[in-house]
Structures are given as structure tokens and as C-alpha cells.
Design a protein around this ligand. Structure first.
Ligand SMILES: [Zn+2]
Length: 149
């Protein structure tokens, strides 16, 4: 949603994850200390994600990689396939969204990947993501205030 290219894998072996990261020149984000150490040892850039909450973990990654934690829908990527999104006219998504959703929302975004074409709107899931982003930003502010005295 933030516009950063990301791949989420939770059912791959460590060996697979390491080779995926290496081949794609990707940064391996993991909370598995052993995998983190193996990655570092093998020259795969890796970051050990720690924190009790989603916001804490997100703040840690954002701090390490200087990530912007604001959603700019012009830069958002489809969470499902990674393609960019484009804003869609309301009438164009009528057949693709639930009736109640169509009634309540006026702004919609569509994945530009024709094989995906998933439609997004700022519903409860979106609001939950924004809550997590706000909490993460607050943690980063507190931290930088503490560091600057
Ligand atoms: Zn997509």
C-alpha cells in the first residue's frame, strides 16, 4: 500500500527464502533469528524484525530503511500481485464490488494487472492499516524526540 515492492512468503523453506532473496537482490525481513544469521553469513541482506505489535515491527523496518509511512494511492501497489493501482470511476466498478460497498464508497482503485484487476476502496481493512501506520509513526516520533533530547 505504501508503494514499496514486497513479497510475502510464509510457507517456504529457509533455503528457498535465501535463494529468492539472493536471486532477486531482495532484503530478507524475518523474525527468525537463525534465518537472519544464516542470511547474513551467506551475504544476503537481511533484517531481524523485532517488536511485540505490528506497529512496533513496522516502525523498526521503517527506521532501518527510511520508509515513508504515508499512503499515497498514486504510488500504492496491489497487495495481491504488486502491480500499480489506478483510480477508477465509480460506475466502472459496480459489477466488481458488493452492493453495500458500492452504495457507501465513492472512491475506488483497480489493479492495473489485467489478470488480477482487484478493486480496492477505503473500507475497514484500509482504516486498520492506517491505524497501524499512525501508531508506527508515533513510535518513530517518540524515538527521534528521545534521541534529540
Ligand atoms: Zn493486482
Amino acid at each position: 500500500m505504501l508503494g514499496y515492492e514486497a513479497q510475502y512468503e510464509n510457507d517456504r523453506s529457509d533455503v528457498d527464502l535465501l535463494s529468492l532473496a539472493k536471486q532477486g537482490s531482495l532484503v530478507l525481513l524475518t523474525s527468525d533469528e537463525e534465518l537472519y544469521r544464516t542470511a547474513t553469513f551467506r551475504g544476503v541482506e537481511s533484517f531481524l524484525v523485532q517488536g511485540r505489535t505490528e506497529a512496533e515491527r513496522l516502525a523498526a523496518v521503517a527506521e532501518r530503511y527510511k520508509l515513508r509511512l504515508d499512503i499515497d494511492t498514486r504510488e500504492s501497489r496491489c497487495p495481491k500481485c504488486g502491480f500499480t493501482l489506478r483510480e477508477a470511476a465509480k460506475q466502472d466498478v459496480e459489477k466488481s464490488v458488493p452492493v453495500a460497498t458500492f452504495k457507501v464508497y465513492n472512491s475506488f482503485w483497480v489493479c492495473t494487472n489485467p489478470n488480477c484487476a482487484k478493486v480496492y476502496w477505503q473500507g475497514s481493512h484500509w482504516k486498520k492499516i492506517e491505524q497501524t501506520l499512525r501508531a508506527a509513526k508515533k513510535l518513530l516520533d517518540l524515538k527521534s524526540n528521545a534521541q534529540n533530547g
